[in-house]
Design a binder for this molecule. Structure first.
Ligand SMILES: [Cu+2]
Length: 255
């Protein structure tokens, strides 16, 4: 019900409900504060009206009630942070899949596009060193690594299987971008020179827009041309096999 009231976007990932619940708690607190503060404001306008107080009182409040109230609000905010937000974050980080066979994608944000790199059928990426990143080697591949022979690239076309975890290893070629898929409740800054992992389990097949959540330049809005397609695991494996067969190692050119 509150999901609808707040017009939250549809959720298509396993951890998304907890994120939404947290947003709802924050709105409850803000709604409560809004009503209380507005009521107090109106009371003050009436209580200290000019006809009743023709002369200003320079001493002001003589009790500490307002300090206690501020303290009370700060405690509730602390509870939200320490009891809900931090454990939710810790849980997602702690539960990160450690199986080496987990699906992985390298995400390289660039003005103004999304480059993706897949490890190919062997599920093992070739070595990467972000110091090697150049216009011709966007992912900083160590080129003579045999694990990298079947790695392949896509442009603005990210695909993952439904019902399975996928790890996104996020970096940037130029400025700070942010990889955001609203339907999956995933958002992680893309920072040049470092690779930051995030992960999720998409619930359902579908096609979702990728947004850049950091204002990254004049073509920032063009980054919505990136799409995430969630496929059935069978379809996804078939796509990997097909891509591996037609793989030319082409990185998609530099713009
Ligand atoms: Cu961007």
């Amino acid at each position: 019900m509150f999901q609808k009231l707040l017009s939250l976007p549809v959720n298509k990932s396993v951890h998304g409900k907890e994120v939404d619940d947290f947003i709802i708690y924050i709105h409850w607190l803000m709604g409560f504060l809004f009503v209380i503060w507005m009521a107090y404001f109106l009371y003050v306008l009436w209580r200290f009206r000019a006809t009743r107080h023709p002369k200003a009182d320079h001493t002001g409040a003589r009790t500490h009630a307002s300090t206690y109230l501020e303290g009370f609000v700060a405690v509730i905010e602390g509870v939200l942070l320490l009891v809900f937000a931090v454990p939710l974050w810790a849980k997602i980080v702690d539960k990160a899949p450690r199986d080496p066979n987990t699906n992985k994608v390298r995400v390289m944000a660039q003005q103004f596009r999304w480059n993706f790199m897949y490890p190919g059928p062997d599920k093992v990426f070739g070595k990467q060193d972000l110091e090697f990143v150049t216009v011709d080697n966007k992912f900083g591949q160590v080129l003579d690594d045999s694990n990298g022979q079947d790695d392949f690239f896509t442009l603005n076309d990210l695909r993952v299987p439904a019902g399975e975890p996928t790890i996104f290893q996020i970096s940037s070629l130029d400025v700070i971008h942010s990889f955001k898929v609203i339907a999956l409740r995933v958002c992680q800054d893309a920072i040049p020179g470092i690779s930051v992992p995030t992960w999720c389990v998409p619930l359902q097949e579908g096609r979702y827009q990728i947004n850049c959540a950091q204002l990254c330049g004049s073509g920032h809005s063009n980054m919505t041309e990136g799409f995430l397609t969630v496929q059935s695991p069978e379809k996804f494996q078939a796509w990997i096999a097909e891509k591996a067969e037609t793989n030319t190692g082409d990185i998609g050119g530099f713009e």
